[in-house]
Write a protein that binds this ligand. Sequence first.
Ligand code: NAP
Length: 251
Amino acid sequence: MQGLLTNKVAIITGASRERGIGLATARLFAEHGATVVITDLAGEDPLRAAAGLGGGHLGLVCDVTDPAACRAVAAEVVQRYGRIDVLVNNAGITQRRGVMDVTAQDYDLVTGVVLRGTLHMSQAVIPHMRSRGSGAIVCMSSMSAQQGGGVFGGTHYCAAKAGVIGMAKAMARELGPDGIRVNSVAPGLILTDFSRGANSDEAKHEMARAFPLRRIGRPVDIAGACLYLASDLSAFTTGTTLDVNGGAHIR
Ligand code: NAP
């Protein structure tokens, strides 16, 4: 099936790492006809990542913890393309910490990107989506929110990702009458560089052998869930959390 996002404009945060979920989502959205805006921190070169999608896409530097930077992204996208149809709040950061080792700085760092970032980027696009009476926001949570970590996540990461689910539900309830749908995806173990080398790929594959589907998740597995939630295939779905974990956590 092709063209699920034809004529749509989608912003995806934290989306320029080669092995990341964000870039896999950007590629799938572009294949489905979307104009994609990749945002990321400066060091990750979102302009290069967007150019790699082909012509007509856009890369912008944006630290999602900075509300002014989020508003600047939304303003530039509306100015260039006249619309924002989809936002994927994908940017995230983790630290593996036991509860007694989480410092106030650690807490601010992780919740700042995961929770405040989701809030600020959503706040940046909502006025535009409201004015058009439509939009879809997808928020990246984690299986860690549901089972208290177990792979990469420290206490503060689990709390932040659980907070994302609550925030998405609250936005879904408030923004539904404006035609804006908000949903979350809760990935299980996905083969990216998220742990920044703390776990080898082989160790992750080994861990995944215990999952019911007997394999680790691929970034494109999460991209598929984002595509569903961003497109009209999910037109009557809001406030939900889609588990994409190979059966590692069955509720
Ligand atoms: P990733 O490749 O590290 O993607 C995260 C991206 O967010 C990176 O490009 C990172 O940039 C960016 N980022 C960090 N701080 C930011 C900020 N302040 N503003 C904007 N961007 C920022 O890892 P991933 O696995 O694809 O993770 C994508 C999302 O999936 C995250 O929200 C993560 O929590 C979630 N997730 C992943 C897994 C998994 O197993 N991989 C499981 C559950 C949930 P830098 O590289 O410069 O830090």
